[in-house]
Design a protein around this ligand. Structure first.
Ligand SMILES: *Cc1c(COP(=O)(O)O)cnc(C)c1O
Length: 415
C-alpha cells in the first residue's frame, strides 16, 4: 500500500466488505475492539444456542439417552469432517478431540511408529513451546531418539532433513511473528527423504485457506478456540491422511478408540480410520459450543476471508507505521502478504505496558515475552474502522506516554 488511507476511505472499505454481515452473528461487548481472536475467538449467538440446548434439554431432560439421540457419541467425527472442510481435508481424515498438546503427542508417536528404523524429530526453535515440550515427552519414552531444532542445530528446517529423520513437526503460522510457511514445498522436501510431516494449524484453521490433501500432508493438529471461535478450552482436532489409516497406531489406547467400545473386551483393538485417534470421553458441552461456531463457518467463503484478512493487516501495518513511527515500534510480521498469517506483531521494549494501556482503553491484543505485541485480525467480526480506531488509540498512548502509569507494569499470570 502506498498512499495512507484517510477515515472516509476506511469507511468505504467497510461498505464494500462482502463479509460484513457476519459481525452480527457474534456477541461483541459494546465499546470493545477485539484484536485477540488469535488467542480466544469471540462467542457467537449460534454457540450460545447450542450450549443452551445441550445443557437444558439434552443433559437436563434427556440425560444418558442423549449419547444416542443427540449425536453426542459421534461428535468427534461429525465435527471433525466439518473442520476438515476448512483445512482442505476430504471426509474421514479429521477428528475433533482432546487438546492440541495431546494430539501432538498422538501424532508424533503415530509418525515415529511408521518409521521404526529412524529416531530423529525435527522441529523449530521458534515453535509454540508446547510442541517442543510434547516432543521431549515422546522422546523420553524412546531411548536414543533426538530432537533437532531449526535456529539451534541449523538455520533452516530444510537443512535438518535427511534420511535419519522420522518426522518434522512444524507450525504453519508462527504464533509470535505471524509468518507463514510454504506447506506444499516443505512437505515435498520431507517426503523426498521418506520423512513424515505434522503441521500444527493452530493459527491457520479459520484464519486462511489451506489444502492438506492437495499438499500431501501426513498429519495435522490444531485448536478450535482461536480463529474458529469454539470457546475457551474447546476440543482440538487431528488429521491423518487416509493412506496411513491401515498401519497407524498411537499409544493413548483408550476405549473411545476401540473398535467395539461397548463390547467391553479385555484388550485393545484399534477402531477404523480416525476412530483410533480417540482416547476417552469428550467434553460434550464444549463440543456443542463448537458445533454452533462451525455452523457459521459453513457459510464462509475462505478465499474472501483471506482477502479481507490481508486487507485488515495491510491497513494496520500502514497506519501504525505512518502514525507511530517516532515511538520505536518494529514490525515483526512479514511485510510480504504472501508470507503473512492473520496477525500483526510489533516489538517494543515496553510492549507489555503499552499492551496493558491499550486494553485499559478497550483495545484488546496480547503480549508475548519478551517484547512482542500481537494483534489478531479475524475477518468475520473485525472491521476496517476497528483497525483505524485501534491505531488512533495506540498513537495517543504512545504520544502522551500514558503507558508509563505504574499500574500497567503489573504482570498477570496470563498475558
Ligand atoms: C495455541 C497453540 C497451541 C495450544 O495447545 P493446547 O494444547 O490447546 O493448549 C498449540 N500449538 C500452537 C502453535 C498454538 O498456537
Amino acid at each position: 500500500m502506498t498512499a495512507i488511507p484517510d477515515f472516509s476511505a476506511v469507511e468505504a472499505m467497510d461498505a464494500a466488505d462482502a463479509l460484513r454481515a457476519f459481525r452480527d452473528r457474534f456477541i461483541l461487548p459494546d465499546g470493545l475492539i477485539y484484536l485477540d481472536g488469535n488467542s480466544l475467538g469471540v462467542a457467537s449467538k449460534a454457540a450460545f444456542a447450542e450450549l443452551q440446548q445441550a445443557a437444558t434439554q439434552e443433559w437436563g431432560q434427556d440425560l444418558i439417552r442423549s449419547w444416542n439421540t443427540a449425536g453426542w457419541f459421534d461428535m468427534p467425527l461429525t465435527l471433525g469432517d466439518r473442520v476438515g472442510r476448512l483445512i482442505g481435508a476430504a471426509a474421514g481424515q479429521t477428528a475433533v478431540c482432546d487438546t492440541t498438546s495431546i494430539n501432538i503427542y498422538k501424532a508424533l508417536h503415530a509418525a515415529m511408529a511408521l518409521r521404526p528404523d529412524r529416531s530423529v524429530i525435527v522441529s523449530e526453535g521458534g515453535s509454540f513451546p508446547t510442541d517442543l515440550y510434547m516432543a521431549e515427552g515422546v522422546l523420553s519414552t524412546r531411548p536414543g531418539g533426538t530432537l533437532r531444532l531449526e535456529g539451534v542445530d541449523a538455520d533452516t528446517i530444510e537443512e535438518l532433513i535427511d534420511d535419519s529423520v522420522a518426522v518434522v513437526l512444524v507450525n504453519h503460522v508462527n504464533y509470535k511473528s505471524g509468518e507463514l510457511r510454504d506447506m506444499a514445498a516443505l512437505t515435498k522436501k520431507a517426503h523426498e527423504h521418506g520423512v513424515l510431516v505434522i503441521w500444527d494449524l493452530c493459527h491457520t484453521a479459520g484464519a486462511l485457506p489451506v489444502d492438506l490433501d492437495g499438499a500431501d500432508v501426513d498429519f495435522a493438529v490444531g485448536c478450535t478456540y482461536k480463529y474458529l471461535n469454539g470457546g475457551p478450552g474447546a476440543p482440538a482436532f487431528i488429521y491423518a491422511a487416509t493412506r496411513h489409516h491401515g498401519d497407524v497406531s498411537q499409544p493413548l489406547s483408550g476405549w473411545w478408540g476401540h473398535a467395539r467400545p461397548f463390547a467391553f473386551e479385555k484388550s485393545y483393538a484399534a477402531g477404523k480410520g480416525m476412530l483410533r485417534f480417540l482416547c476417552g470421553t469428550q467434553p460434550i458441552l464444549s463440543m456443542r459450543a463448537l458445533k454452533g461456531a462451525l455452523d457459521i463457518w459453513e457459510e464462509v467463503d475462505m478465499a474472501a476471508l483471506r482477502e479481507k484478512s490481508l486487507g485488515l493487516t495491510d491497513l494496520f501495518i500502514a497506519l501504525v507505521e505512518a502514525k507511530c513511527a517516532a515511538h520505536g515500534l518494529e514490525l515483526e510480521s512479514p511485510r510480504d502478504r504472501a508470507k503473512r498469517g492473520s496477525q500483526v506483531s510489533f516489538s517494543h521494549p515496553h510492549a507489555y505496558e503499552i499492551m496493558q494501556a491499550l486494553i485499559a482503553r478497550g483495545v484488546i491484543g496480547d503480549f508475548r515475552a519478551p517484547s512482542t505485541m500481537r494483534f489478531g485480525f479475524t475477518p468475520l467480526y473485525v472491521s476496517y474502522e476497528d483497525v483505524w480506531k485501534s491505531v488512533e488509540i495506540l498513537e495517543d498512548i504512545l504520544t502522551t506516554g500514558a503507558w508509563k502509569d505504574a499500574r500497567f507494569a503489573v504482570r498477570a499470570a496470563v498475558t
